[in-house]
Design a protein around this ligand. Sequence first.
Ligand code: PRP
Ligand code: URA
Length: 210
Amino acid sequence: MANKPLIMDHPLIQHKLTLLRDKRTGSKEFREMIAEVSMLMCYEATRDLPLKEVEIETPMTMTKSNVISGRKLAFVPILRAGLGMVDGVLEMIPAAKVGHIGIYRDPESHKPVDYYCKLPKDIASRHVIVLDPMLATGGSAVEAINLLKKEGVQNIKFMCIIAAPEGLDALTTAHPDVQVYCAALDEKLDENKYILPGLGDAGDRIFGTK
Ligand code: PRP
Ligand code: URA
C-alpha cells in the first residue's frame, strides 16, 4: 500500500507558504522563501536517516555519540523550479550530491517532456530526494522517478511545497514506494492544470520570467 503523504504543518513552514502564495511577493523574496521552506522541510524529510554510534572524546571524557550512517544522500531537482529548492536543502546537508533532471510540461497536452539528465555516478547506491515545488498532474514527478528507477535507485522520496490531489494520486499509484512530503495539499487543478489556490507558476516566479 502507498505511504500517506506527510504534510508539514509546522507554523514556520505554514507562515512562509502564505508569503509564497501571495501574488504581491516579488521574485527576490519568493526565491528566498522557497529556499527557507525547503530547508525546514528537509529537516523533517531526513528524520529517518540511519545513525551509527561512534566513540569520541569530549573535552571532559570519552563517550559514544551518533553520526549519520549507511547510504549517502543525493538531491535531484526537477528543472527549472526544483533548482529553487537546492540551496535550502544543501544548507542542511552540505555533503549531499546533486543530480539534475530537466522536464517541462507541454503547454497543450500538459504531458511531461524530458530534456536533460545528469546524475552522480553512484546514484544507484544513494538515498535520493527529488525536489520540485509543484506536484500538479504528477506527470513530471512520475517521469523523473521513472528515470531514477531505470538508473537503479531504490530509495526515493519526493519533496514538494504544494501538491494537488490529482498529482498525489498519480504519483502514489505509479510509485507507491515513494514517500511524499509537502507543505500543503491544495483543492484541485484548474482547466489549464494549474493548482488552485496554489501559488501560480513556480518557475516563472523564481526566475522572474513572466
Ligand atoms: C512545473 C513544476 C513541475 C511541473 C508540475 O514545471 O515545477 O515540474 O510543472 O506539473 P505536473 O505535475 O503537471 O507535471 P514547468 O513545466 O512549468 O517547467 P519549469 O519549471 O521549467 O517552468
Ligand atoms: N506548475 C506550476 O508551476 N504551478 C502549477 O500550479 C502547476 C504546474
